[in-house]
Design a binder for this molecule. Structure first.
Ligand SMILES: [Fe+2]
Length: 241
């Protein structure tokens, strides 16, 4: 039979556990907000030109490696899953609330990409930078530097060819590693992406330019002339079937 003293002891222990658990939840919520605040500052610096594009990449990659990505996904308000093209991975836009519970306005977008046996086609970007943190599965990430433009083509130089595992980050800049694509190496893989757009004051908000690095002409000294492609033609050449 339980005595009143035992009941009081059990109640006190329960109350203490509840308090510890709610303190832990509050601490995690604060650390998520602080992570997003740091992304805010980096995105604003990049957009205003006070932060160099390569510094943004380094800083965002470092933030990626310390991210509590499970919590970042769990606390997000996700959009419905959608695909821009049938060969694209499914994506959700993740939004967050501020300390008062209102939707945050922030100068960067967060997307969760779920890869199946599809592939992102090789493409260049204008007006944006992005960083991609692997959440689960493994991906082959291939990148090319963008050296310039030619009629109907981009001038490229091979930059990276890496196997990415959970916790690894791949990012792009306006020149260095501007062309990229991901090939899933496991039946399922996902990336958590931070994207800043509107970086080209004279251009559209952002641009995705499918390009054909594997069908490029070798110009010597590591330079390639890679034809620009339409999305459908690119998917025919590169999508995994
Ligand atoms: Fe991209």
């Amino acid at each position: 039979m339980l005595h009143r003293r035992d009941l009081l002891g059990a109640f006190t222990a329960y109350a203490l556990l509840a308090e510890l658990s709610s303190a832990h939840a509050a601490r995690r919520a604060r650390s998520i907000r602080s992570w997003l605040d740091r992304q805010d500052a980096l995105a604003r610096g990049l957009a205003s030109g006070t932060l160099d594009s390569e510094v943004w990449r380094r800083e965002v990659e470092a933030l990626g490696s310390e991210a509590d990505v499970e919590r970042l996904i769990a606390e997000a308000l996700p959009s419905p899953s959608a695909r821009a093209f049938p060969t694209d991975p499914a994506r959700r836009i993740l939004r967050y609330r501020d300390a008062e519970g209102r939707p945050r306005t922030q100068p960067f977008a967060v997307l969760l990409f779920e890869f199946e046996r599809t592939s992102v086609i090789p493409h260049a970007h204008r007006g944006m930078q992005s960083a991609h943190l692997v959440v689960h599965g493994a991906l082959r990430a291939r990148t090319y530097d963008r050296l310039g433009e030619a009629p109907g083509a981009l001038l490229l130089r091979p930059a990276g060819d890496r196997r990415l595992e959970p916790g690894h980050v791949s990012s792009i800049g306006p020149g260095r590693e501007n062309v990229h694509w991901f090939v899933p190496l496991t039946p399922r893989a996902a990336t958590f992406d931070v994207i800043v757009t509107g970086l080209d004051p004279d251009g559209p908000e952002y641009q995705v330019q499918p390009v054909d690095p594997l069908g490029a002409t070798d110009l010597g000294e590591g330079r390639l002339r890679a034809p620009l492609l339409g999305f459908e033609e690119s998917a025919r050449r590169y999508a995994i079937r």
